[in-house]
Write a protein of this length. Structure first.
Length: 104
């Protein structure tokens, strides 16, 4: 069984037991969270698609840790003008583990 969920403006294909990094979710480490923005649930040939969300469907997950991603360097330059700017950025994330998917 798998589901497509939306969190933090991104869509993820998840299965029970899967661990993934999602944009920061305000919750403590070890807490159980309920992701209710489920767009699709599939189980073999049986696929249910929401318009845009499936009513009553949810995905239960557990927060493993909070962290920061790799550093991204943003470099800007204009030729012959002496203009150069360098900026770094690290995106915060929350690592979660998918526990179960329910159709509701």
């Amino acid at each position: 069984m798998y589901a497509i969920i939306e969190t933090g403006g991104f869509q993820f294909r998840v299965e029970p037991g899967m661990k993934l990094n999602v944009p920061t979710i305000v919750s403590g480490e070890g807490d159980s969270i309920n992701l209710d923005k489920v767009l699709l649930i599939g189980d073999g040939d049986d696929v249910e698609v929401g318009t845009p969300l499936l009513a009553g469907a949810s995905v239960e997950a557990e927060v493993i840790e909070h962290g920061r991603g790799k550093k991204i360097i943003v470099y800007k330059r204009k030729r012959r003008k002496g203009y150069e700017r360098t900026q770094g950025h690290r995106q915060d994330y929350t690592r979660i583990e998918i526990k179960s998917i329910s159709k509701g």
